[in-house]
Structures are given as structure tokens and as C-alpha cells.
Design a protein around this ligand. Structure first.
Ligand SMILES: C[S@@+](CC[C@H](N)C(=O)[O-])C[C@H]1O[C@@H](n2cnc3c(N)ncnc32)[C@H](O)[C@@H]1O
Length: 227
């Protein structure tokens, strides 16, 4: 999404806010940084990483990622909201990658109480997914967080080609879209360049609180990308 489109879509405030909060020069510090959970949110390095008004959106993403049942890969555990909803589907195995140590501890607790097998993998997905087999997943849900200013609104793009490689034919990929109304040509082009041609979406209605630092719209796109 080019800068003008960002402004038009009302996302400019988000860009400034995240840039204002700033990013550590050493991305590795994210792993050790304290994760501050309260009843409604998760903050790391002062960033608003996750908030529970996204509950309905996470439920929708989880439904899409679990459409083919089987093995589901999730990237970014956060508050475990989408993970909880994925577990409500009759899938066979739930593989979850998480980089932050404190959040990973929550993931281990989640695994202990899960009814469907959870395989937790610790670290940045960039270091982990290359060791996962081609065409070994039926569904993928990608929801990490930008760790540099260059990744703001685009932290999912480098994963698109990995999603294509990891999905079985017919498998479904969804992700925190960062788009309010449709999949823009800019995003579509990135998906097509990564191998996808079956690109659809549904809209999810959301009600972010007025003080939300990263979302102001009443809808958000739920991508349904089939290999
Ligand atoms: C937005 S939260 C995920 C929210 C989650 N879907 C939920 O429902 O609660 C993003 C998570 O991704 C993790 N993360 C950020 N960058 C990552 C990376 N490169 N690899 C793995 N995990 C990452 C963060 O530590 C954080 O826990």
C-alpha cells in the first residue's frame, strides 16, 4: 500500500503512532522483552501488540484457517484468542510459532490445557519455517507484529511465499490483513507473485475502542486465499 493509499484508508495515524513509539535497533531484543498482559490487551516494548476487541475477527480468521481441518499452522500467539478458536474445530494438529519468551510461556500453558495436539515452536518465524516441510499444512493463520519501521503495514508480505510453499494444494491461508474494505491491488500483487491465484475475502465488523492506537475502521478484511 503506497503512502497516499494509507492516508486515504485512514491508516496514517497508525503509521505515525507506531513510528512514534519506535522500534529497537536490535530486533532480537523482542524475544527477551517483558510482555505486559492485562485483562484486555498485550503490550511489548510499549507497542499495542494485541487487544481483545479483535475477538470476533480472530474467531473469523480461525474459522477460515481451519476450513480444511488437518494440520493448522499459526504464527504469533499473542493473547491466544485465535488459538482458542482454532481449537474449537476438528483439526488434527495445531503448530504455533511465537518469538517472545513471556508469550511463549503462555503458549506452553495453553498447550497443557488444549484438547487438540499443540506443537509450540519458539523463535522468529523467519528462522523456523524453513525447517518445515513443503505442502505439509491444510491451513495457515499469520498474525505477527511489525518489529521494524519498514515492516509497519507489511510484516505479512515476506511470509506470502512461505505460505504458498507450506500449504497443501487446496489448503487455506489467512492473515491479519491490515485492510478495512477489500484486498487492495498492492496486496493482491504480492499474493500473485508468491504463487496464489485463488484470492477471496469476507468482511468482519469490528468495534475498536476510540483510544485504539492501530485501528479506526468498522470493518476489517478476512482473507481467504486458497492454494
Ligand atoms: C498480534 S499478536 C497475535 C495475536 C493472536 N492472533 C491472538 O489472537 O491473540 C502477535 C504475536 O506475534 C509475535 N511475533 C512478532 N513477530 C514475530 C515473528 N517474527 N515470529 C514469531 N512471532 C512473532 C509477538 O510476540 C506476538 O505475540
Amino acid at each position: 500500500m503506497i503512502r497516499n493509499d494509507i492516508a486515504k484508508a485512514g491508516l496514517q495515524k497508525t503509521l505515525n503512532t507506531r513510528e512514534e513509539i519506535g522500534f529497537s535497533e536490535n530486533v532480537e531484543s523482542w524475544k527477551e522483552s517483558k510482555a505486559i498482559f492485562d485483562e484486555h490487551s498485550l503490550r511489548i516494548e510499549n507497542h499495542p501488540v494485541m487487544e481483545d476487541w479483535e475477538d470476533g475477527y480472530m474467531k473469523h480468521l480461525a474459522k477460515v484457517a481451519s476450513l480444511r481441518q488437518g494440520r493448522v499452522l499459526e504464527l504469533g500467539f499473542g493473547m491466544g484468542i485465535s488459538a482458542k478458536y482454532i481449537q474449537e474445530n476438528p483439526i488434527k494438529q495445531h503448530v504455533i510459532i511465537e518469538a517472545n519468551n513471556d508469550v511463549f510461556d503462555k503458549l506452553l500453558e495453553f498447550k497443557r490445557n488444549a484438547s487438540i495436539e499443540v506443537l509450540p515452536l519458539k523463535g522468529f518465524w523467519q528462522d523456523i519455517t524453513k525447517d518445515l516441510e513443503d505442502e505439509s499444512f491444510d491451513g495457515i493463520l499469520f498474525d505477527t507484529y511489525p518489529l521494524t519501521k519498514e515492516e509497519v503495514h507489511g510484516n505479512h508480505f515476506p511470509f506470502f511465499s512461505e505460505a504458498y510453499r507450506l500449504l497443501k494444494p487446496g489448503g487455506v491461508f489467512t492473515y491479519y490483513s491490515d485492510e478495512p474494505e477489500n484486498i487492495s491491488d498492492f496486496h493482491k500483487e504480492k499474493l500473485v507473485l508468491s504463487g496464489f491465484s485463488n484470492i477471496n475475502f469476507e468482511l468482519c465488523e469490528v468495534e475498536p475502542p476510540k483510544n485504539c492506537e492501530y485501528w479506526t475502521h468498522k470493518t476489517i478484511v478476512v482473507p481467504i486465499i486458497i492454494k
